[in-house]
Ligand binder design. Structure first.
Ligand SMILES: N[C@@H](CCC(=O)N[C@@H](CS)C(=O)NCC(=O)O)C(=O)O
Length: 203
C-alpha cells in the first residue's frame, strides 16, 4: 500500500506511527498539499494528507478512517479494543487529541495571514481550545501509564502526534510545565522507534 503524506503533517504522522507499530510495509509518497503541482487532490478530493491507497487501489482518508482500516488488517498490536464501547472511548481520546491539532493548525494558518487580514482574536480563540483540551487530556492521563488500559492505543498515538506538533509549531506553549502527566506520556511515546522515526523536519 501507499501512504500519501507530507513529512510535517501530524495527522500523517499518526498513520506512519501506526504502520510502524504494526510492522506493516508501505511506500511513503511525500507530497505537500500546499505546494503548486501537488497531486494530492488526484488521490483525495479534499486535497488533504494523509491518504492511503491499498494494493487493490482503494483509497482511504482521513486519518481516523485510515487508522480504522489498518486495524482491520489484523497485523501487530491492537490499537483499538475489540469491545465496541471500549473502542469508542479510545476514539474519544483520538478526537480530543486530533482536536488539539486542528485548533493549533487553525491558529498557525491564521497567524500566517498578511497584516490587516490576520485576526489576533481568532488566533487566541483557537489557542484557548488547545489550552482547554490539553487540560482535559491531562486529567485523563493523570495516574495512568496509557490513556486507555494497560497498553498503548490509538488515543495515545494521536496524543503524541498532537503534542509533537505543538513542539514543532508552538514551542512557546509550555505544555510540559503545566501538564506533568502529558509530559510523562510524551516521554514514553517519543522514546519509541515509531515516534523517533517520524519526527517532523524543522519547519
Ligand atoms: N481530519 C483530517 C485532517 C487532515 C489535514 O488537514 N491535513 C492537512 C495537513 S496537516 C492538509 O492536508 N491540509 C491541506 C488543506 O487543508 O488544504 C485527518 O485527520 O486526516
Amino acid at each position: 500500500m501507499k501512504l500519501v503524506a507530507s513529512l510535517t503533517s501530524p495527522y500523517a504522522r499518526k498513520i506512519r506511527v501506526i504502520l510502524a507499530e504494526k510492522g506493516l510495509p508501505f511506500e511513503l509518497v511525500v507530497d505537500s498539499p500546499w505546494e503548486a503541482g501537488t497531486r494530492v487532490p488526484t488521490v483525495n478530493p479534499l486535497g488533504k494528507v494523509p491518504a492511503l491507497v491499498t494494493d487493490g487501489g482503494e483509497v482511504f482518508f482521513d486519518s481516523p478512517v485510515i487508522a480504522g482500516y489498518l486495524e482491520t488488517l489484523g497485523a501487530g498490536p491492537r490499537l483499538l479494543p475489540a469491545d465496541a464501547l471500549a473502542a469508542v472511548r479510545v476514539r474519544q481520546h483520538e478526537a480530543l487529541a486530533d482536536g488539539i491539532t486542528d485548533a493549533a493548525v487553525a491558529a498557525l494558518l491564521e497567524s500566517r495571514r498578511p497584516d490587516g487580514e490576520r485576526s489576533e482574536r481568532e488566533i487566541a480563540r483557537q489557542l484557548e481550545k488547545v489550552d482547554r483540551a490539553l487540560a482535559e487530556l491531562e486529567r485523563r492521563a493523570a495516574g495512568r501509564t496509557w490513556l486507555d488500559g494497560a497498553d498503548m492505543h490509538l488515543g495515545d498515538v494521536a496524543a503524541g502526534c498532537a503534542l509533537g506538533y505543538l513542539d514543532l509549531r508552538f514551542p512557546r506553549i509550555d505544555w510540559r510545565g503545566r501538564h506533568p502527566a502529558l509530559a510523562a506520556l510524551a516521554e514514553r511515546l517519543f522514546a519509541r522507534a515509531s515516534f523517533a522515526g517520524t519526527m517532523p523536519p524543522a519547519a
